[in-house]
Each structure stands twice: as structure tokens, then as C-alpha cells.
Write a protein that binds this ligand. Structure first.
Ligand code: PEP
Ligand code: MN
Length: 338
């Protein structure tokens, strides 16, 4: 790390840091400029967490050299991570994977019908919320365990891996009994108790980006899961809140390549929540593949007008099928299969 002193820092104040560094077992490199002194500290940066050097008199700032999200970072692992799901789906490999299905599980018959259609169109994973994080407590909250049973049945019937959101650390065990991938929703990206719990399970975690989270905060949330022992984490960019109101969220397309540069973990994009309107899902999906994402999550409903949540952004199965066909040449153009 690098300690930058204020222009008026005294030699005694610099000496205090050098003494502290020696106590912490760090080597030092002092550079006395015309304007100010800078000290490079050489050794493990962990000591920064327990010794706030920025609190010492005369210090203007302390700049860490290593990323704070170390297990998640490319420095820790230069090659791409491939997250295995059920031993046959490899997220982050050469093939792009698409997770499709309704926002919420609404009933067995409806889900089985959608599952058959998204499978035929080329999706490899089936989504469906059973515990729904709704803005209003009066809106449909999901079918709970009953919804998980239906999702599991549909997944088995059509050989689709299943993805569903877990909102509460107390539900983690229950969810592990039914679904293949546990989704952390945008509203829970910084639910640290939940993240710690997910670090202990033997299931992949789909970590959506928080509504107003910076990329660094998002990476730090993933670090919680890895630091607790679970390395099977998949990022999902789902749009962020900006001043723009024409769309539900603003798809941060930069985030795909930024996260892929900073981290070895795979990155998916959810163009449904990122745009909030079904007519904008296809262009956002195309842009995401061009930007280098490892797959997509798309909401599909056979009757969006009657959907219990997110009908406005849901594709009908026919449009989903057309989109999947259109995405093929695009995937090939970026040396991926779909
Ligand atoms: C969802 O996937 O249905 C969902 C609620 O997404 P997000 O957490 O990204 O809003
Ligand atoms: Mn939704």
C-alpha cells in the first residue's frame, strides 16, 4: 500500500508511520518529493484492516495496491472460472447458457407449459420465483415451498436446471432441497447474513447486482460467498437505477467487460429487468452477447397480460424462440456457441 502525506506533514509524523510499519513487519520505501512525502509499504495488506494508517496525523490518504475482493479477482486466478451446474451445464465455458421462465411460479400447469416451450427454444435452465421480493406487501408474494415443488417437477420433466431466488438465510436449507441454482436478488445483494450462509452450501449462486450498487460493492458481495467457502458464483447484471425513467432500469453494458476484466467469475445479463419492457429485451440481449457475457436470464410467460408479476417485460414463448434463433449468429460472431 502507499501512504501519501499532506504537504505540511512534519518529519516526526512520517517517522511515526515508519515506526508503525516496522512494528507490523512491513518494509518501507520513502520518496521525498518537492511537494510531499510518499511512503510505499511492502508486505501483506491485511494489516490495513486492523491498523487504520489514514487515522495518523499528517497522512492524507492510504492507497491499497491489491483489490479488496481478492478471491474474486483475476490476480487471485488469472484464468476464467467455469461454474458447473448438475455436472453438465458449464457457465463461463465456450457455450452461452440461457435461463428462461416466468418471473414467478404461478401454478403447475402454467409452468409446465412454459418449461416445454423454453426447452424447445434452447434454454438450458428454468427460472421461477417462489419467494418474491415485491416493493409492495400487498402484491403477490410467491407460492413459497409449493412453488419450489412445482419448479422442481418442471425442471425434472424437461431436463432443465432450476433457478430460484432465496431471500432469507432461514430458507437456504429448504431451497437447497429443491433448486439447482440459488439466486440472490438485487434487493438482497448486500444481505451479508444471507451471503455468508450461501458461502456454506454446495450449490451455485447467481448473484444479481444491487439496484444502486457499484461494481466494487458487487464484487465485495461475491467475496463474502467465496470467503465462506463457495467458489461457484455467477454474476448477473440486471440494470441499475439512474436518472433515466424511460426504462425500468439502465443496463450497464460496461459492467460486463469491467467485471470480466476484474474477476475470473462468469457474468450473465438479465435484459428483462434491465429494460422493463418486452419490446426492448431483444436489443439488450444482443448487446450483452456482443459485450462478452456468458449467458442471459430472460422472463417468459404464455400470457403476460395475466402474469402475477413482471408481465410488462415478459416475452411470449414465440418471441423467445425467435430471439434464440436470432442470437445464434451473433454468438458465433464472438466465438461462442448457443
Ligand atoms: C427476478 O429475477 O425476478 C428479480 C426480482 O430480479 P431482481 O432481483 O434483479 O430485481
Ligand atoms: Mn421479475
Amino acid at each position: 500500500m502507499i501512504v501519501v502525506f499532506k504537504p505540511d506533514a512534519t518529519p516526526e509524523q512520517v517517522e511515526q508511520i515508519l515506526t508503525k510499519a516496522a512494528e507490523l513487519g512491513l518494509k518501507t520505501n520513502v520518496s521525498e518529493g518537492v511537494e510531499r512525502t510518499i511512503v510505499g509499504l511492502i508486505g501483506p495488506e491485511d494489516v490495513l484492516q486492523v491498523t487504520p494508517l489514514a487515522a495518523f496525523e499528517g497522512v492524507e490518504k492510504v492507497i491499497p495496491v491489491l483489490a479488496p475482493y481478492r478471491l474474486v479477482s483475476r490476480e487471485y486466478q488469472p484464468e476464467d472460472s467455469v461454474v458447473d451446474i448438475n455436472d453438465h451445464i458449464r457457465i463461463g465455458g465456450s457455450r452461452l447458457h440461457v435461463i428462461a421462465g416466468p418471473c414467478s411460479v404461478e401454478g403447475e400447469e402454467r409452468l409446465l407449459e412454459v418449461a416445454a416451450k423454453v426447452k424447445a427454444a434452447g434454454a438450458t435452465l428454468l427460472r421461477g420465483g417462489a419467494f418474491k421480493p415485491r416493493t409492495s406487501p400487498y402484491d403477490f408474494q410467491g407460492l413459497g415451498e409449493e412453488g419450489l415443488k412445482i419448479l422442481q417437477k418442471a425442471g425434472k420433466e424437461y431436463q432443465l436446471a432450476t433457478v430460484s431466488e432465496v431471500m432469507d438465510p432461514r430458507d437456504v436449507e429448504l431451497m437447497c432441497g429443491y433448486v439447482d441454482v440459488l439466486q440472490v436478488g438485487a434487493r438482497n445483494m448486500q444481505n451479508f447474513s444471507l451471503l455468508k450462509e450461501l458461502g456454506k452450501v454446495d450449490k451455485p449462486v447467481l448473484l444479481k447486482r444491487g439496484i444502486s450498487a457499484t461494481i466494487k460493492e458487487w464484487l465485495m458481495s461475491a467475496e463474502y460467498i467465496l470467503a465462506n467457502g463457495n467458489f461457484r458464483v455467477i454474476f448477473c447484471e440486471r440494470g441499475i437505477r439512474t436518472f433515466e425513467t424511460a426504462t425500468r432500469n439502465t443496463l450497464d453494458i460496461n459492467a460486463v467487460s469491467v467485471v470480466k476484466q476484474l474477476s475470473h467469475l462468469p457474468v450473465l445479463v438479465d435484459p428483462s429487468h434491465a429494460t422493463g419492457r418486452w419490446g426492448l429485451v431483444a436489443p439488450a440481449a444482443r448487446a450483452s452477447i456482443a459485450a462478452g457475457c456468458d449467458g442471459l436470464m430472460i422472463e417468459v410467460h404464455q400470457n403476460p397480460k395475466a402474469a402475477l408479476s413482471d408481465g410488462v417485460q415478459s416475452l411470449v414463448p414465440e418471441n423467445f424462440e425467435t430471439l434464440m434463433r436470432e442470437l445464434q449468429p451473433l454468438a458465433h460472431a464472438v466465438q461462442r456457441e448457443l
